[in-house]
Design a protein around this ligand. Sequence first.
Ligand code: C2E
Ligand code: CA
Ligand code: CA
Length: 660
Amino acid sequence: MFRGAIVFGFLISFAAAMFWTAQSGLKSTVDSAIAANAERKARNWADYLAHTMPDLDALLQTGVPDEAQNATIETAVQVGDVFRFKLFDANGRLVLISDERGTPLEPGAKADHNGHARSVLETGAAVIEVNDGTEKANRPDLYVEAYVPVPGADGKAVGVVEVYLDQSQVASLFRANFVQLAFVLGGVLLLMFGVPFVAYIVKMRQQVRTGEKVRMLSLVDQITGLNNRNSFFQQAEERRRNGKLDLARTAVIFIDIDKFKAINDTFGHKTGDEFLRHVGNAISSHLGPSDLAARIGGDEFVLLAVDRTDEELYDLIEGVRTTVSEPVRLDGIAITGHLSVGVYLEQGGGLGLEDRMHKADIALYQAKLLGRNTCVVFTPDLEDTIARRRLVEEAVICGLSADRFELYFQPLIDPVGSRVVGFEALLRLQDGQGTFIPPSEFIPIAEETGDIIPIGTWVLEQAIRTAVDWPEHMFVSVNLSTRQFEDGRLTEHVSQFLSDYGFAARRLELEVTESLLIEQSHNASQQLKDLRDLGVTIAMDDFGTGYSSLGYLWQFNFNKLKIDRSFVQSIGQGDGKSREILDTIIMLGHKLDMKVTAEGIETKEQAAVLETLACDHFQGFYYGEPMPLSEMAPYLMEHSVLPLVREDKDAGRDREKAAG
Ligand code: C2E
Ligand code: CA
Ligand code: CA
């Protein structure tokens, strides 16, 4: 309002200044216009006088008009705007003043005092004086004294007449026009400068308003209406300064939506935003008056819960989690989401907010590692877990380029004829210090980061390239991760490597787990079929651990079943049912035209039991542990034919240590 008045006032002053500039500039223009007008009139009038005045020469001589001349003078002073005139002779001497006739002028008395008459006689150019008559008696408000030559019969000047012209009417007319003009000009100037100026002012105001809006927007998360990262820190700091936030009595809660990316990818970003809003609402509805909440990242929220007992804190977190995990209809689609939560609630202590948040984040990270949809409270040992995780991740990421991956090979035995029929390729990774990281640790991480895709391709090529040199009857078995089916190039890679190394497809076995079929993604069944069409053997690994759906076995036409080692290891334990279960699985496999491998055979006893079953292939530490390439030749020389149950040597887990 106030600012508006200032702008308006400024504009008025600006317009006035424009007008004044235009008007003062025009005053001289008006004067010269009047002068020009007067000169033109005076010359015409002088012509008129010269032609109508009887015996002008005599009059110029004497200065005393006769009767006829007086009559002409009377008429002349009524012609046009003339109210008076003076007559000078050819020498510039004043001979007659129209309103002071009768008495001849005394020579030199009122002569050409200013020299204008003589100047006119000499140059022929008129002399014009514009005079203000407002203060003078018998004078109009504005009049002109115009000295113009009186033309003789031959056109040459015979004298000079000083004509008094009343120009007040003309002037007011001119002025009126020029004032209009001034207004027009002022308007034009206003348009030229004022309008851009106003536009500038308006723009500035808009900018200020936009700035305010941007500031507002920059403080509030547009999707959830909670604080954003900046305002969260600002408010926390402000509350801390005002004594309203005591970190020592505050729990820091990190909340992350599980698989939010999948919600976004599957249902679109609009629905993704709706879901964020849903979570934001769930958080808001459980907030206490002194709590502070914010969305600080894509799907990450932070909550400062002040002065809560453990139970209250539990209720708060479970309340939010329960609200979110109830199905919600967004855009006509029912969506169920889950939250992972990390909490830091160490009472007391001198840690700052950022450190506390970091620890809550570590707890959240752990919640994710534990399979999501859970809440983890920070404990100091978590930091080690996370540090370890980082180390492994780093090893995975740079493993290929730093040449830290290596394939080990574990023999597969055919009980009929007791010979080594193939090897399973098992991946090994060393950290920067040359220590082995177990596959159970690095494979899931590589799957998470997606690095398993190039790593898996590398394994395939290495395995084929190595197995090419083995005796013709031996195959190599390679483990595939579900994620390797994602980029759709698996079959292409396999057939490429087979042809590159001239390796027969029947000598390659690919092991997949049930999860591939359960997720039913990336057209996996078609890719499996394509691989089978290449002539490659497809084995279902770890059978018995997951859903172990017979339907899958039936549907996907596996060539081979690998019974999980947990079945083998239960041999000799409990009620002795495991032998029967194994027997049933093997029979079932054979009924479905599959070969069956028993994994994890560690003891003589397990080997002896399995020998009585019609199992096709045996695998386990009892026959041979995974070994580096360098140990394969000596192993094969020693074990080209293996006794199924050995008396001499009992393989143990100890050598497994070498393999991590
Ligand atoms: P898996 O496919 O079930 O591989 C067999 C695992 O059992 C190997 O563990 C092997 O060392 C171990 N093993 C073999 N015989 C015995 C035994 O008698 N007793 C016991 N306790 N264990 C035995 P490893 O090498 O640690 O591999 C673990 C898992 O990592 C593998 O399980 C497989 O799922 C995965 N893996 C290994 N290499 C690769 C790979 O190249 N790609 C993919 N995607 N996964 C791999
Ligand atoms: Ca395997
Ligand atoms: Ca297995």
